[in-house]
Every structure is written in C-alpha cells, then in structure tokens.
Write a protein that binds this ligand. Structure first.
Ligand code: F6P
Length: 472
C-alpha cells in the first residue's frame, strides 16, 4: 500500500527533558497545528525534529519509541546543527530574506554547510523509511534542498513540496549567495505549492531569471522533467475549532478571563514572538487609539499572548526586550487603579484556553508585516459560534487574499490601524454578523482536509501527465 511520508523540520510533538524524565507536548506554529489533525490516517508517517537536543543513544531510543506510537519518526539534531542549520541558515538567513527583512539576514558559509548536511540527514532518514511507491511531501523553508536530494535517489517517486512562508520577489532571492542551489533543490519536486498566486508568480519569475527555465500555466520545463507550480491556500480543521469553542472547558476559560477583564471590551492578539508579526507596531497603534479616542480608556483591554519562539536568535532576543518595554511604558502611562490597558502573557496556551479567548474577544488583531498565510485569523473566525466579532487583518498576510470581509489594513500605517480598532469597536452587530458569516462560509469550505486533497490530487495529476509526456 502506498503511504504519504510527511516531512518538516519540526514534528507536531515536542520532547522536553524534565526531572521526572521525558515529557511530550504539542508544538506551536501553523504547520504543526494545521497538519496535526490529519496525518495519522492510512499508515502515514511524519518525519522531523522533536525540538530537543538528544545525544544519548538510550534517550534517542526512548524518544523514537514514544513517537513511533504516534506515527512519527524523529531526526535528531546536534547542538551545532541546531545553531547553524536551525537558528543560523533557516532563521537568520532564509526567514528574514523571505519575509522582506533582508537587512536582518546573515550570510555565513558555515550556516550554509550545516543547511546542506542537515538536508542530507533528512534525506537519509526518509530513504530508510520510504519505499519507491510512497508519496513524499516535504514542507517549508528549512528543507528547500531536500526534494532534489530525494529525486536523485528516487527518480520516479512522487515528491511534493509546500512552502508555508511568503516567496518574495526575485530581487530578494538573487541577493542570497546560494539562490541557484536553493531553487534547484525545490525543483526536485513534481509539484510545488504556495499559499497565494503572488508567491507562486514570484517563484516562477525567480526560476526564469536565476536558472533560465521558462514556464507556461505554472508548468516549468526543468531540463528533462516538468514541474508543476500552483497556489493552495492552507485551511484549518474548522470543525475542531468550532467544536472546541462550544466545549465546557472553553466556556469556563472565557468566564475566567471575563472576570479578570471586567466590563472592558476585549481586543485579542495572539502570535509567536517574531519581528514579522508586527507586534511592536500593533502596540504603538493601540497606544495611538487610546490617544485619539480617550473615551476607550478604561473601557477596552488589549489581551496579548506572545508565544516564545527561536529565543536563541539575536533578533528575537532584541524584540522581546522591545515588546516588554513598550508594554511597560504604555501600561504605566495609561493604567488606573482598576484598569490595565494591556494584559500581556509570554507563554504558550492550551487549545481550550485559546478557544476561550477567541470566544471572549470582540476584535482580533492579526497584523503581521509579512506572513505566509496566518492561521490564527482563521481560528478566530471558526471559534465565533454567535458570529459576532471583528477581524482586523494585515494586507500582507496570505489570509487577506481570502478573508476580504475582515477590516484590511496596512500594518505600517499606525494611524490606519488605530482607526481600524475604533471602527471595529463601534461596528454594528448586523454588519459584524454579515462579515463573519461570509468568512465562516469560506473557512469551513476550504478547510485543511480540502487543502490536502487538492494538493494530493494535483500531485497525482502531474505524475500521470509526466508519464504521458515521457511516452509521447
Ligand atoms: O510558519 C513557518 C514555520 O516555520 C513553520 O514551519 C513552523 O510551524 C512555525 O513557523 C514555527 O517555527 P519553529 O519551528 O521555528 O518554531
């Protein structure tokens, strides 16, 4: 029977070392939460890093056994690989470049060498697990070289690749000293998927400008092979979020936060700590809203959850300091004895608590400077059973291509964002419900199951097309 081998840098489960021994929890981030709902079917396996340095062979064995029970296979990274491949090339070179923060990018040969060798390590792990008939689906920017490596070992295998972050203009890609190798790495796949047509167009023009392969209707003639490129906006497990929002646990947690926030209206913000998410810009806009509309003082609270992420990377450490300072300054300037303008939490929350917050919030702020898709926007929509609530969404999140019933803003425009918060707080309920029900119809229809199906059907199609072209 043919299976699907899902491959991503991070597994949907994280291992932790505690005094009582190994402990396993769900990973954060769009990919893990998005695909986590579905991969367990039909003998499928998820290959990836369990998020912890494990060098002791006995401990590696224990982690492998635990994950095997849940259809996962770990790839272990050494401390040096974590520094040079994960924190280094993936998150100090590729991440800033692909999110239009090129000024943050580090170009370091030792990072590149670690990136090549960890991609090779993943390749070996997959080849040991997958038969030639299995479909291999590689995810995201940490593994751009892997499709080509797999292709060399398995010329006929069905290989898909999906990029979960933006693909920028070729002008940014060509700045990377290794741009050609990275594009060629991706072209080892039969099908390459992006969240939006914009990212797909940027990729096609990069391939044309940097490698010289032309394309027609998304089909690239890459030497002897054809590679199909298409847009597949990722969805969420809509029913899961809608159901959890109705659970007693979610209601309980809504009540708890309601007691803490009193009569104040709640604006919600949930992100991993990342400079691409526009967290500092959002705080400045909230402050401006309190200045422009003093009537909201003591009547609104910004509930801000920031999930720790990549905290060994310099830019993330700096951002943590900036956010802490901004929150401290705004709170100390505006707070009263009975009101705190910003309730700030720096940790991750279990799903039921998040769901309680989605229920409670009247407004959600999803205002990244750049974001491949942003599933938080969709989770908020799915959790609004009563259809009241307003989403404020950045025009630079992939989700804005679909959720046009949100209030769409430019996150760099502090004044526009401040005005949007006021507009959201005074929006009539009828209008809220109309906009929300339109977004719910879309998010429930193009859910994560649909996303997987569309990608897999397209992959099967291109394989058949390649065979017909070969026999012509
Ligand atoms: O969305 C991009 C992404 O890298 C995903 O692959 C991942 O789920 C998320 O960000 C979290 O990143 P990290 O694995 O570095 O914690």
């Amino acid at each position: 029977m043919s299976r699907t081998i899902i491959v991503s840098n991070r597994l949907p489960t994280k291992a932790h070392r505690t005094e009582e021994g190994l402990h396993f929890t769900p990973s954060e981030g769009g990919l893990a939460t998005g695909l986590g709902s579905i991969y367990r079917a039909d003998g499928n396996i998820w290959v990836g890093w369990p998020g912890l340095e494990v060098e002791d062979p006995e401990e590696q064995h224990a982690v492998t056994e635990e994950l095997r029970n849940d259809s996962m296979a770990p790839v272990f990274l050494s401390q040096e690989e974590i520094q040079n491949f994960y924190e280094g090339f993936s998150n100090e070179t590729l991440w800033p470049t692909f999110h239009y923060f090129s000024q943050y990018a580090v170009y370091e040969q030792s990072y590149w060498e670690a990136y090549v060798s960890v991609n090779e390590k993943f390749c070996r792990a997959i080849l040991a697990l997958a038969g030639p008939e299995d479909t291999i689906w590689v995810h995201d920017y940490q593994l751009l070289l892997l499709p080509q490596m797999l292709r060399q070992a398995r010329p006929d295998s069905s290989i898909g690749f999906f990029l979960h972050i933006p693909f920028p203009s070729h002008e940014l890609i060509r700045v990377l000293p290794w741009s050609k190798q990275l594009l060629e790495g991706m072209l080892g796949a039969d099908l390459i998927g992006f969240h939006t047509y914009g990212y797909m167009r940027h990729f096609l023009s990069s391939v044309a400008q940097i490698i010289g392969y032309p394309s027609q209707n998304g089909l690239i003639e890459a030497g002897q092979r054809s590679v199909l490129v298409d847009a597949f906006p990722m969805g969420i497990d809509y029913d899961k979020y809608a159901q959890v929002a109705e659970s007693p646990e979610a209601r309980e947690s809504e009540e708890l936060y309601r007691e803490a926030t009193g009569d104040a209206r709640v604006i919600l913000s949930i992100d991993r700590l990342d400079y691409t998410k526009g967290i500092a810009e959002r705080l400045r806009a909230y402050e401006q809203m309190l200045q422009l509309y003093p009537e909201w003082r003591e009547r609104v609270t910004l509930l801000m959850l920031v999930v720790p992420s990549r905290d060994q990377v310099e830019k993330y450490k700096e951002l943590k300091v900036e956010v802490d300072e901004l929150v401290g300054r705004i709170n100390s300037q505006y707070r009263t004895i009975s009101w705190t303008p910003i309730q700030y939490f720096y940790r991750s929350f279990p799903l039921e608590h998040l769901s309680g917050l989605y229920r409670l919030a009247e407004v959600a702020l999803v205002t990244p400077m750049r974001d491949g898709m942003n599933l938080v926007a969709k989770e908020f929509v799915a959790s609004k059973g009563d259809q009241a609530g307003v989403l404020i969404l950045s025009e630079r999140a992939g989700a804005a291509r679909e959720l046009s019933d949100a209030i769409i803003i430019n996150p760099t425009d502090t004044r526009e964002l401040a005005e949007a918060m006021h507009e959201a707080l005074v929006m009539p309920e009828d209008e809220q419900r109309l906009r929300m029900s339109n977004m719910q119809a879309l998010v429930s229809q193009y859910n994560v199951y649909q996303w997987v199906k569309l990608f897999m059907d397209r992959l099967a199609y291109i394989k058949i097309k390649q065979q017909t072209l070969a026999t012509e």
